[in-house]
Design a protein around this ligand. Structure first.
Ligand code: ATP
Length: 602
């Protein structure tokens, strides 16, 4: 059976690419080269022990039993015991050494890949699904581990054993060796080439089926609420049964390939023994070889067939690891789209945040999500972004906070192009408060402190006081030390929003970019959150993607975004007087009816 991982097509690397990928890994293995060399030395020693067994048997038979020398027999037996003991300790040390190097390598690799992922910008996560990235960190790194821990050892060990066995056999009797080679080489040569081709195809097929089955499984679990809500369990089950059956067949097919090949290798082994015993017996009879040589040959034959089996399996391990490495390296080589300038400048403490004719299209989309938009937000000013769904409001907010860089045009703060600014100073000046702040495992205190890890307990409490939410959390039995549990399931929706606002208050930025929550809270909680928000916004520049009339009316200016363009800008009264898009939108809000965009669907 073959190791399994993700998708197949991308797994097919050509020989040159495989070589390049493996060579690059050698550089990564540099810090462990001493341990690896030590493990290789131990493998060589262990091979010598394996070869010493048949040699000692030959010695014992020919010089001990054959010549009637008790001393020679004792030496052979004692030698054998020593070899077995040494082999045990060598095997153990070799196992420890290679695992130390392999696990260390994987530990470093995981950290490098994780760091790289954390540094990526939003566009990267638009392009790559979280599930695929997680499989890079798990299945791909695991398949790498298999190569490092077993592949390398097997390659050295099996290769050395094969060569040394042939040399030893030739030294004992070239006639018998020639006979074994003439019989075994054509059978195993042809079979191994066929096996490699078939098993590679079967292996890729298994990986593809595992990928499909996994994604089906994942959808079934994450989408279980929708599935149950619409009573679609049976369809879901049927879909899963189909992909699961395909996986079962694919596994069975791969097993069949393995069985014919390994069966043939075993058959060749047994036939070779029969051949050696028959022909060897004949030669012993004629006095051209000794009895001990034939016995040693029978034992040595195992050393010939085991490595062949191991080396043919190794091919799949190398293929799989090279494919995994290829994907990991692609991830490591990805440069963040939003990168820090090599010589970044500090942003001024205060200034106007301005979008200068920005145009932006998401990766893989042709139509810009924002087209030629210019907008300035003065210190202390509140600007509300309104417009129909999908118009580009959130996109403008993301550009203003440099979660993405515009395709053309630029954003400046205090007359400094934000692309020249240090990311740290930018994140201190401009803070984005998402609709639903993600909560990490840990306490409420930990979750707020994420915004500024150096903050003291008092700073966190002060941030909560600033938004008027300290008492709310102090009422909890363990106060701010209450565990939020997975994704904040211990907290209500309103409390989660308060944590999110407290994070922003802790940074104390000059500019706040808010995506107003669309989900409704109960009126009591809503009032608490509203109050906290109002306190947070006081004295700062605010850009808010607004969904409520009350928020819009409190803004100094309102920017109407429609079909990726800024179509109207002004105060509530000005825009109402204009009688355009905003008028229609505000009237619809006032009637609490959904906004119908007359041009939608064009
Ligand atoms: P809403 O009020 O519904 O949140 P919005 O005005 O904020 O809408 P945006 O989120 O800015 O709209 O989206 C503008 C356009 O860009 C939409 O057509 C949307 O489908 C597209 N879009 C948004 N995010 C992405 C993304 N990550 N990748 C590709 N297209 C996107």
């Amino acid at each position: 059976m073959f190791a399994a991982g993700a998708i197949a097509e991308e797994d097919k690397l050509d020989r040159a690419e495989t070589g390049r990928v493996l060579r690059r890994s050698l550089q990564f293995a540099q810090p462990y080269r001493r341990t690896i060399w030590w493990a290789i030395a131990l493998v060589c020693l262990s091979t010598m022990c394996t070869l010493a067994g048949p040699v000692l048997v030959k010695f014992g038979l020919d010089h001990g039993i054959g010549s009637g020398s008790a001393r020679a027999l004792n030496v052979a037996v004692a030698g054998y015991v020593v070899v077995v003991i040494v082999a045990y300790f060598v095997g153990r040390s070799q196992y420890l050494a290679i695992n130390r190097a392999g696990e260390g390598f994987l530990r470093d690799l995981r950290v490098t890949v994780f760091d790289k992922l954390q540094a990526q910008s939003m566009a990267y996560f638009d392009r790559n699904k979280a599930g695929v990235l997680v499989s890079r960190m798990t299945a791909d790194i695991e398949s790498m581990g298999e190569l490092i821990q077993w592949g390398l050892l097997q390659f050295v060990g099996a290769g050395l054993l094969l060569v040394m066995t042939l040399i030893l056999m030739t030294a004992m009797s070239w006639q018998l060796t020639l006979m074994v080679v003439l019989f075994v080489a054509p059978v195993l040569g042809v079979a191994s080439i066929r096996f490699q081709r078939q098993s590679n195809a079967a292996y890729l097929d298994v990986r593809e089926r595992v990928g499909t089955n996994l994604s089906n499984l994942q959808e079934g679990i994450t989408g279980v609420r929708v599935i149950q809500a619409y009573g679609r369990e049976t369809e879901q089950e049927r879909r899963f049964v189909v992909t699961n059956r395909a996986l079962y067949r694919s596994h069975l097919h791969s097993v069949k390939i393995s069985t014919w090949y390994f069966g043939l290798v075993e058959w060749s082994g047994i036939m070779s023994i029969a051949l050696i015993v028959g022909v060897g017996g004949f030669l012993v009879h004629h006095g051209s070889v000794k009895f001990g040589t034939v016995a040693a040959f029978v034992l040595l034959l195992a050393n010939l067939f085991d490595p062949v089996q191991q080396l043919s399996q190794l091919y799949n391990t190398v293929q799989s690891a090279a494919a995994s490495l290829h994907k990991l390296y692609a991830l490591m080589d990805a440069e963040p789209d939003v990168a820090e300038h090599p010589r970044p400048v500090q942003l001024p403490l205060e200034g106007e945040l301005v979008a200068h004719a920005v145009t932006f299209a998401y990766d893989g989309t042709e139509r810009p999500a924002l087209h030629d938009v210019s907008l300035g937000v003065k210190p202390g000013e509140r600007v509300a972004l309104v417009g129909p769904t999908g118009a580009g409001k959130s996109t403008l907010a993301k550009l203003l906070s440099r979660l993405y860089d515009p395709t053309s045009g630029y954003v400046s703060y205090g007359d400094v192009d934000v692309r020249l600014a240090s990311l740290a100073s930018l994140r201190e000046r401009v803070v984005v408060v998402p609709q639903e702040g993600f909560l990490f495992g840990g306490t409420i205190m930990d979750n707020i402190r994420i915004a500024r890890p150096a903050a003291t307990d008092n700073d966190v409490a002060a941030a909560l006081v600033a938004i008027g939410a300290l008492e709310r959390f102090q009422e909890f039995p363990e106060g701010l030390d209450t565990e939020v549990r997975e994704r904040g399931s211990r907290l209500s929706a309103g409390e989660r929003q308060l944590v999110s606002l407290a994070r922003a208050a802790l940074v104390d930025p000059a500019v706040l970019v808010l995506d107003e929550a669309t989900s409704n809270l109960d009126p009591g909680t809503e009032a608490v959150v509203e109050q906290a928000l109002e306190r947070l916004m006081t004295g700062r520049s605010v850009i808010v993607v607004a969904h409520r009339l009350s928020t819009v009316q409190r803004a100094d200016r309102i920017a109407v975004i429609d079909h990726a363009r800024l179509v109207e800008i002004g105060t509530h009264d000005e825009l109402m007087a204009l009688g355009g898009k905003y008028h229609a939108l505000a009237s619809a809000w006032a009637r609490s009816q959904p906004v119908v965009d007359p041009s939608a669907g064009r």
